[in-house]
Structures are given as C-alpha cells and as structure tokens.
Design a protein around this ligand. Structure first.
Ligand code: NAI
Length: 368
C-alpha cells in the first residue's frame, strides 16, 4: 500500500472536531496517510502576523494535496478570507461539489446524484469594485456613457464581471474530463447568455466548442440559469455534471446541497492544475463549536474525494459505504440530522457518530 503525505489544516470552530473525526475514519478505511498538520486562521495572526502563514502554503505546495477544516472569518476586521487567499495563491480554479443524497439524512430528495463544477477565479468574485460616489466610479460611468455602452445612475456602486476564454475553457474542459474519468454521461452548462452576451455569451460559446471535442463520449446540454434552478428543484435526476461560472455555481451548489440534505453532509474540493484542497462546504459553526455536537460527515466525505484523487478508490468506497450504513441504521446520528428527519431519538455526539463509522469500517474489512 502506498503511503501518501497530506497536509491537514484543521481550521477552527467545529473544524477541530470534524478534522479529528475525519482522521479516525480515514485510518479505519485502510488508507495509509501521513498527516502533516499546518495551521491557518485567526489564532495565527498573533504568532505570524497573518491568518495564512507562508509555512502553511509551502506545506500544501510540498505535498500537493491538503484537507482543510473550516476557518472563521471575523466580520469587519479587515481579515481577508483564508479560503479566498488559498484559492488565489494556489490557483485552485475548480470548485468541485458532488451532491449525493444519503438515505436517512433527511434531504428533500433521497436519490440525488449530480456534480457541480464551479469556476473559482473570476466573474463577479474577481473583486473589481467601484464604490458609489468615488472618482473612479464617476469616471467609469462617464466612460460607459461616452462609449454609448449605456447609462448608469450616478449614485451606483459598480462590480465588474470578467469572464475570460482562458478560465471558461479550463473549467469546461475540467468538467468534461471529470465526466469521462468518473463514467458520467452528460455535462450541462448553465448561463445567462441571453442577457449578458459578452460575458455569459462567451462562456457558452466556449462550452459549445469544448463540447464538440467530447462528442460521442459525453453528451452536452445547456440551460439558462433561472430555468436550471427550476428544473433542478422539480427533477434533479435530469442532471449529471453541471458546469457554471463562479456566481451561479456558488448559489446553485448551496441550493443543490440543501435539497440533498444540507450542510452537515455536503463535501467539496478546490482543485487546480498542481494542487488540490479538499474541504466541507460548511463553516466553523461557532454556535456549536467545542460541544462535540458537530456532524463530521461532510469532512469525512471530502476525505473520500481526496482518497479518490490519490487513487485510493477502495478506501474511498469503503468510507462511503460505511456512511450509508450508519445513516440507514439511524441509531447514531447527530443533532442536525435528527432535526432534519424529525425523528424523535437522542442525538449522537460527534464522537459517537465517528465511533459508529469506525465500527462499520472494521466490520466491512473483516468481511473482505
Ligand atoms: P456555518 O456553516 O458555520 O453554520 C451555519 C449553521 O449550520 C449553524 O447553525 C451551524 O451550527 C450549522 N452547521 C454547520 N455545519 C455543521 C455541521 N457540520 N454539523 C452540525 N451543524 C452544522 O455558517 P456561518 O454561521 O455562516 O459561518 C460561521 C463562520 O464560518 C464564519 O466566520 C464564516 O466566515 C466561516 N465559514 C468558513 C468556511 C470555510 O472555511 N470553508 C465556509 C463557510 C463559512
């Protein structure tokens, strides 16, 4: 068995608990992982002057693969999100979020199985903004007026939405390659090209061009984003892999995660050409941190994605099977799931749930 060295950034809040649970479960899966722990978050500011120390970035670069717990972003302190900084520094241009229902987890749909591929580097999230009333905003408004591009009210704040051929091609190609590698049948591109002809229109044009290269191997389909949302809610089974520009992908991934069972079970990854950082969709949940109440499923399923990425497919499959078993049995489920299902039974602690998973993995491996 190959040993893999992986950088573990436990994060803060419930990240400390969910990361420890994840490590136990990965060990029980049979995968041989050497964890190199690196820190990030508010606690690092005093020590290193930054929430994302250079040594942590170096650790991810060295090992190429990392898994990260959530990190609290204090409101109104000028502390920039560690997540955004990591994405930019490591050029993690793909946000990958598989949406897979777990029967027994209380989702609206018990049979969802789709994958959201979101562009992670540009669009309205590029951070190019002009404050209402500023000189720059005034000059931009004049420019648009002079160019005949359209008039903007003088009391407007403005955010720029860049969509490039380069980033669109990278993300769409990633979606098709992922579909091929995972034996998936179709890629859908979601857009609003009917209104934003030069940004979303470009995204759609590139998607159509890339799709031609995969003709006969992976089907292609396109949806206007608002219709996509309605179609998703009415019948999620019509989607397989869906690729989005940044903003729509952000919103659609939360919508889909909510339909499948919510934050407690939603895994994710940020992936680039050289590095991959796996992490649950949820945040640091300060309201339940330190109380052994967190549901570690999302981080554990993120670890299963990481094991797939490392080629440890059997260990990943064992983890997913153990998760399905513990949910199907329904005896050791955390409070968030008890509330979602409405089952009137005592909630398991994070530790009890993790122990149940470890026991299910031991039983599986004994049978093998
Ligand atoms: P949140 O996801 O931390 O919590 C929202 C609600 O869901 C809370 O009631 C929480 O108790 C519950 N919840 C979340 N994860 C859960 C789990 N695994 N088990 C049981 N219950 C769970 O979102 P919120 O409150 O908006 O953010 C809190 C902090 O986390 C903020 O500082 C935010 O910036 C940060 N954050 C960090 C992320 C990351 O590092 N990837 C992602 C999202 C938020």
């Amino acid at each position: 068995m190959t040993q893999h060295t992986v950088t573990l950034i436990p994060g803060d809040g419930i990240g400390v608990e969910t990361s420890a649970a994840m490590q136990k479960v990965v060990a029980a899966s049979g995968a041989d992982i050497l964890w190199e722990v690196a820190e990030a978050g508010a606690s690092m500011i005093e020590e290193c002057g930054t929430p994302l120390p250079e040594s942590t970035i170096e650790a991810v670069k060295r090992n190429k693969v990392a898994i990260k717990g959530p990190i609290t972003t204090p409101v109104g302190t000028g502390f920039r999100s560690v997540n955004v900084a990591l994405r930019k520094t490591l050029d993690l241009y793909v946000c990958l979020r598989p949406v897979l229902s777990i029967p027994g987890a209380g989702g609206r749909y018990e049979d969802m199985d789709l994958v959201i591929v979101r562009e992670n580097s540009e669009d309205l999230y590029a951070g190019i903004e002009f404050e209402e009333g500023s000189d720059a905003a005034r000059r931009l408004i004049d420019f648009c007026d002079n160019e005949g591009a359209g008039s903007i009210r003088p009391d407007s704040g403005i955010s720029i939405k860049p969509i490039s051929v380069t980033a669109s091609e990278n993300i769409v190609r990633y979606a098709f390659e992922y579909a091929l590698a995972q034996g998936r049948k179709k890629v859908t591109a979601a857009h609003k090209a009917n209104i934003m002809k030069y940004s979303d229109g470009l995204f759609l044009r590139v998607a159509r061009e890339v799709a031609k290269e995969y003709e006969g191997r992976v089907a292609f389909d396109e949806r206007i984003i608002d219709a996509f949302c309605m179609n998703l809610v009415m019948d999620p089974s019509q989607f397989d892999v869906v690729v989005f520009p940044n903003l729509y992908g952000d919103i659609a991934s939360d919508l889909a995660a909510g339909m499948a069972g919510g934050l407690g079970i939603a895994p994710g990854a940020n992936i680039g050409k050289d590095y991959a950082v796996f992490e649950a969709v949820h945040g640091s949940a300060p309201d339940i941190a330190g109380q052994d109440k967190a549901n570690p499923t999302a981080e554990i399923l993120s670890a299963a994605m990481m094991l797939d990425h490392l080629g440890e497919l059997e260990a990943a499959a064992r983890i997913r099977a153990a998760v399905r078993k513990v949910y199907a049995e329904g005896e050791h489920l955390t409070g968030d799931i008890r509330r979602a299902t409405g089952v009137d039974a005592p909630a398991a602690s994070c530790t009890e749930f993790t122990d149940a998973l470890v026991a299910a993995l031991a039983e599986q491996r004994y049978k093998e």
